[in-house]
Design a protein around this ligand. Structure first.
Ligand SMILES: Nc1ncnc2c1ncn2[C@@H]1O[C@H](COP(=O)(O)OP(=O)(O)OP(=O)(O)O)[C@@H](O)[C@H]1O
Length: 298
């Protein structure tokens, strides 16, 4: 297990003021990931339900992400995949259930502290600043860690000087790891879509998160770009030891990239396991072929 993963497992601290409580003893999150009992899961959903008016986006979802694993969340359009990431990141507050992060259980994820808890994400429709350079976009991924005062920053002294140096070093490392050096000073809006997706991955990973949530990181790319991107995702995982959750529609790539796959349909987790297990699962085959389910609710 990586150092980062060990840190995640042993973490017990949490700031006051959030709606939190220790993970339930014996819960999946505290005892290990589903179907992967040898590993701990510092990130999990427990009994999460979420609805919008009459639409149930998530229905009683239990899902634990083994530390250091890559889990793909797949399912047809409207299955609840993005809602799941939005619940983990506190964009949505579940009607029921809890989000467990590093041994603490939240009825609503603490949005303002997610970065310090080691949670980072990318967005389905790129969340980059098109008028800024590649370097500046990636550097923004470190902004939460700034400790210097405005005065120190204005004068470029004290902690600000060290932070600027660290930001430059970390950002240059991320540019190198994701082969983005040649785009360093280019405005993001002028770059090809596949490169922008890679820049978003760089921004999300530059602060070395423990949990990386990728919403359709391969969407809209050429096949060559997709193959390249999957290699970059693997390399981020092995470099950081991060737990990666990704939403993807390209089943072929999902199967080769992921350790685990969770399949959703109408907000419900209908299958979970290794890629080979879910591929052979009849409920999954039915969901993808659009076979109506006996328990389908209005
Ligand atoms: N903010 C919202 N307001 C109303 N309904 C929403 C909202 N967000 C999601 N939904 C609904 O919740 C359900 C699940 O949506 P979600 O975006 O999570 O699905 P998805 O699996 O990510 O779909 P896609 O693959 O098309 O992105 C859908 O029926 C969607 O219309």
């Amino acid at each position: 297990m990586s150092t980062l993963a060990r840190t995640a497992v042993s973490y017990r601290g949490a700031a006051e003021g959030d709606s939190l409580s220790p993970a339930r003893p014996g819960s999946r999150a505290s005892s290990g990931a589903q179907g992967d009992g040898a590993k701990s899961a510092s990130l999990a959903l427990e009994g999460v339900s979420l609805s919008f008016g009459g639409v149930a986006a998530l229905r009683d979802v239990d899902l634990a992400f083994a530390d250091g694993s890559i889990t793909a969340v797949i399912g047809p359009n409207g299955a609840g995949k993005t809602s799941l990431i939005n619940v983990i990141t506190g964009v949505y507050t579940p009607d029921r259930g809890r989000v467990v992060i590093k041994g603490r259980s939240y009825s609503r994820s603490p949005t303002s502290r997610l970065a310090s808890l080691g949670v980072a994400r990318t967005f389905q429709n790129l969340g980059l600043f098109k008028g800024l350079s590649t370097f500046d976009n990636i550097a923004l991924g470190l902004s939460f860690a700034a400790r210097s005062t405005i005065v120190e920053q204005a004068l470029g002294v004290g902690r600000a000087r060290a932070e600027v140096a660290r930001t430059r070093r970390k950002t240059d490392e991320a540019l190198e790891h994701l082969h983005l050096e040649s785009y360093r000073d280019r405005l993001v809006g002028s770059l090809p879509y596949g490169v922008q997706k890679r820049i978003e991955l760089a921004r999300a990973s530059v602060a070395e998160p423990h949990f990386l949530l990728l919403d359709e990181p391969l969407a809209g790319m050429t096949m060559d770009d997709k193959v390249e991107m999957t290699a970059f995702i693997r390399s981020v995982r092995s470099r950081l030891g991060a737990t990666i959750v990704l939403i993807e529609h390209d089943i072929g790539l999902v199967m080769s990239l992921s350790d685990r796959v969770a399949v959703f349909d109408y907000g419900r987790k209908i299958a979970e396991g290794t890629p080979a297990e879910v591929q052979a699962d009849q409920a999954v085959i039915d969901a993808y072929l659009g076979v109506p389910h006996a328990d389908e609710e209005a």
